[in-house]
Design a protein around this ligand. Structure first.
Ligand code: PHE
Ligand code: ZN
Length: 884
């Protein structure tokens, strides 16, 4: 993939295939400007003559005036980089069309017409991976959000729903398998060595759900019988050598189908369900109707090459895409501002699914950790937006943690307020009422409101206001009553200053200090700016357990004694609250320590309290190891940075590592005991064995900080004894952060073992890029020269640079070299794959929250990017918002 003769060290730029996109000020698209399209397109017939370098597409559109839209004789069909080869209206070639920018505009005299358009494209030159592209010798599509317009001219918007008949033909040896949406209806051989297939999807869908795959693939097949007794043929398509890694994906699919029937009453609606794994993919996966296309990362898994986390990822994403069949496909989005309608809801559905498949408590903690690490910083930075945005320039930039994960939290709050049963009545009404439609977030809220019997008038603010509310807590004792006074405030975000109070549902419990018990959990809903709640029957101040289960996605501000947190960390019966108490204890301490306001005595006292709680977690034999592993994880650096208006990444890193090292030394014996208990247990996928693997590597992480030489030896043992990827990767991850003489040997052993498995080679790059090793930045620069590195494969580009920017302490190296390198990557990647390039911008975009010296350097890099000629719309928008 590299062109070695290139002098400037950026080989990827040399033959970039993407032409410059748009002028520097792309148009702002506003939610309030939504108008229905003037034409309906009830039917589409597509004919593909396939070739890697040239594919010819004939699209036949039946169009008719949309009675509910304003009459318009012109038909505007979106295009992106296309030129029409031939255009016919009602069978006759016409010349009366014009190009307006990239769009094709026709004037049509009558009520209904048939429009036929021929286009030609070069899939092998498509490095953006949007539209029809080549990957590993196969052809595949990605159309969400606006990729269909790179295949043919079309009203490429989610509210135009059509049935699709797709015919494709191509060389049989090159493309033995031909797939599209819906059901296979016909096929055959048309000439020597050329075959064809026809697919028909009876369910009207928007163009973003269209998909086609042609390639040399093999399938794991199975059959699922639906709740009404229909048989569905299932297939997971991969390249031949990968067939042995598809069992978990198939199992996950079958579990998803069953679960959606049981929990949401949703039955699958076609005779076939196909999943295809491709190695070049911008995102995780895509829910195309009946033909989901996946990043290999979320399909392939076996114990030798996938970690326990990877297995969970496969199950979760398979579920997510499958659940979209109802929340996304049967009911789709009216416009892209409604993206959270399908994504927020589907993330909630996949979270609930995973909760049911494994440990619900552990899954909840993981989800909150993701929210805090990825969404909270977004919500408090220059890219903050409501879960239903009001405007965008490039919709690809709004596939965010806010739309996805906060969107899920918002719906989860409705579920918490309604209770599971009534929430189900709400979703039943929603599916019933809007089936077959392109709906809005408002439609969803109205259906839940009516079906579940809630008043959501004020709650709708969660859709329009950005920023995580902060809740200040005071607890007092007054005449035998505990009085809880809560106050909420929402921070200003770009374009939104004065915010209104939102309903904040908080699950709480009040623990009696004597008995250590509470009298039952309660749900309170804070609706005003300030509000008091009174609880009778206390003659002593109780210990408050608040926001249990993380019932609201808010930040909590409270003064609470370290002893009370130690109590909750050890005794709370809500597992999330227990985790939270531990986090609070540590965050409270680190916040003070990072400001430099801690005397040695105070630091020692705080560490002692944390040490007591930590030791209790290590030794509590009523805890299962999966939960123990969660409770052992220190609050992340980005979450800590969130707690401060402006922070110094080096200080955060030093204090956090300092505490880790102290705990590692202080609890060395217990940690070693855990490591030993967990070693020598042979591989199984059951919860107990997974728990052991989790605490094993966690123990190693602390020991590496506190007793590095001991840890290096244990890491070596763990690596050598490993009969699975979780242990092997854990050991290598720890070793990669150490300055041990064995480090290089272990890294090369790992590479040699797995050099033929791209997903594991991705891990090898990522482990080095995100390691705690002080030389990580230099290592990344060297790895960029490795023959296996390429910017053209998104997984590979992310494995090196995303891992680095998200996790390496050296990204914030004081000389600004980390910032410079990421800016260079953005500039090199932008002409190749703008969507992926733009995803690196937020790392530099947080400059306002970083200490002034580094902030100036980050800003300067953003300005350097902004000044580059022919920037993509994607990168332009993210950079200008970050500087704005
Ligand atoms: N809709 C996909 C999902 O959430 C994500 C995606 C978006 C994939 C855009 C590709 C392109 O499941
Ligand atoms: Zn999705």
């Amino acid at each position: 993939a590299r062109t070695p003769s290139n002098p400037d060290g950026n080989p990827e730029m040399a033959d970039a295939a993407v032409e410059p996109h748009t002028s520097p000020e792309p148009q702002l698209i506003r939610r309030e400007d939504y108008r229905p399209f003037a034409w309906n397109v009830p039917q589409v017939a597509l004919d593909f003559v396939l070739g890697l370098n040239q594919t010819r597409i004939t699209a036949r559109l039946d169009v008719e005036r949309n009675p509910v839209a304003e009459a318009d004789p012109t038909l505007r069909l979106n295009g992106d980089g296309l030129t029409p080869v031939e255009i016919r209206v009602d069978g006759a070639v016409v010349q009366s069309w014009v190009m307006e920018g990239a769009d094709l505009v026709l004037t049509l005299p009558g009520e209904a017409h048939q429009v036929e358009i021929v286009t030609e494209i070069d899939p092998s030159a498509n490095t953006q991976l949007m539209g029809l592209y080549a990957s590993n010798g196969m052809l595949c599509t990605q159309c969400e959000a606006e990729g269909f317009r790179r295949i043919t001219f079309f009203p490429d918007r989610p509210d135009v729903l059509s049935t699709y008949r797709v015919r494709m033909s191509g060389p049989k040896d090159q493309f033995p398998v031909l797939l599209s949406n819906g059901n296979h209806v016909d096929g055959g051989e048309s000439a020597e060595g050329v075959h064809w297939a026809e697919w028909y999807d009876p369910w009207p869908k928007p163009s973003y759900l269209f998909a086609l795959v042609a390639g040399d693939l093999v399938a794991r097949k199975d059959v699922f019988t639906t709740m009404s007794g229909r048989k569905v043929d299932l297939a997971v398509w991969v390249r031949e050598g990968d067939l042995g890694r598809t069992e978990h994906a198939m199992e996950s699919l079958i579990k998803s189908m069953k679960w959606d029937e049981e929990r949401f009453g949703r039955e699958y609606d076609l005779d076939t369900f196909n999943i295809v794994a491709v190695s070049d993919f911008n995102m995780g996966a895509m829910e195309n109707k009946g033909l989901n296309i996946f990043n290999t990362k979320y399909v392939l898994a076996d114990s030798d090459s996938a970690t326990d986390g990877d297995y969970d990822g496969v199950e979760g994403v398979i579920g997510h895409e499958y659940f979209h069949n109802w929340s996304g496909n049967r009911i789709t989005c009216r416009d892209w501002f409604q993206l959270s309608l399908k994504e927020g809801f589907t993330v909630l559905r996949d979270q609930l699914f995973s909760q049911d498949m494994g440990s619900a408590a552990v899954k909840r903690i993981e989800d909150v950790r993701v929210l805090r690490a990825a969404q909270f910083p977004e919500d408090s930075g220059p890219l903050a937006h409501p879960i239903r945005p009001d405007s965008y320039r490039e919709i690809s930039n709004f596939y965010t943690a806010t739309v996805y994960n906060k969107g899920a939290e918002v719906i989860r709050m409705m579920r918490t307020m309604a209770g599971e049963e009534r929430f189900r009545q709400g979703t039943d009404l929603y599916f019933d009422r809007h089936d077959g439609e392109a709906a809005t977030c408002e439609d969803f809220v109205a259906a839940i409101e009516e079906g579940a019997g809630l008043d959501l008038a004020q709650f709708r603010l969660w859709y329009s206001q950005a920023g995580a509310p902060r809740v200040t807590v005071e607890l007092a004792l007054e005449d035998g009553e505990a009085v809880l006074t809560l106050q909420q405030s929402a921070p200003a975000t770009p374009g939104q200053s004065g915010k209104q109070p939102m309903p904040i549902p908080l699950r709480i419990a009040l623990f009696d200090r004597e008995s250590g018990q509470h009298g039952g959990e309660q749900l309170i809903v804070l609706t005003q700016e300030q509000q008091s709640f009174r609880f009778a029957g206390f003659d002593q101040l109780p210990i408050l357990s608040l926001n249990r289960g993380f019932s609201a996605p808010v930040a909590i501000d409270r003064e609470i004694a370290a002893d009370d947190l130690v109590f909750l960390a050890a005794r709370d019966d809500d597992p999330f609250a227990r985790y939270e108490a531990m986090q609070d204890l540590i965050v409270g301490h680190l916040k003070k320590a990072i400001g430099g306001h801690l005397s040695d005595d105070d630091r020692a006292a705080a560490r002692a309290a944390i040490g007591t709680a930590f030791r209790a977690i290590l030794t509590d034999d009523t805890l299962d190891d999966l939960m123990r592993g969660e409770l052992m994880i220190l609050p992340g650096a980005s979450y800590l940075a969130e707690q401060m208006l402006v922070s110094d990444p080096a200080e955060i890193h030093a204090e956090r590592e300092g505490l880790k090292a102290w705990l590692g030394a202080h609890c060395g014996a217990e940690l070693q005991a855990i490591h030993q208990r967990a070693s020598g247990v042979s591989y199984s996928r059951d919860a107990a064995a997974r728990g052991l693997r989790k605490v094993k590597t966690q123990a190693l992480v602390y020991l590496a900080a506190g007793k590095p030489e001991l840890a290096a030896g244990l890491a070596q043992d763990q690596y050598q004894a490993a009969d699975n990827m979780t242990d092997r990767q854990g050991a290598l991850m720890v070793m990669a952060g150490l300055e041990s003489p064995d480090r290089d040997a272990m890294l090369s052993d790992f590479y040699d073992r797995y050099r033929d498995n791209p997903l594991v080679v991705d891990k090898w790059f990522a482990i080095q890029a995100q390691s705690l090793h002080p030389g990580a930045l230099r290592h990344v620069k060297e790895l960029a020269e490795h023959p296996d590195f390429t910017l053209r494969n998104p997984n590979r580009a992310r494995s090196l640079y995303m891992a680095f920017a998200a996790a390496s302490p050296t990204f914030h190296q004081a000389d600004g070299e980390g910032y410079r390198m990421i800016a260079d990557v953005i500039l090199a990647l932008d002409p190749i794959n703008p969507q992926t390039a733009a995803r690196f911008v937020p790392f530099l975009g947080r400059w306002r929250r970083i200490e002034p010296k580094r902030a100036a350097m980050m800003k300067q890099e953003l300005e350097r990017i902004a000044a580059a000629p022919a920037l993509s719309r994607d990168t332009y928008e993210q950079v200008s918002r970050s500087l704005g």
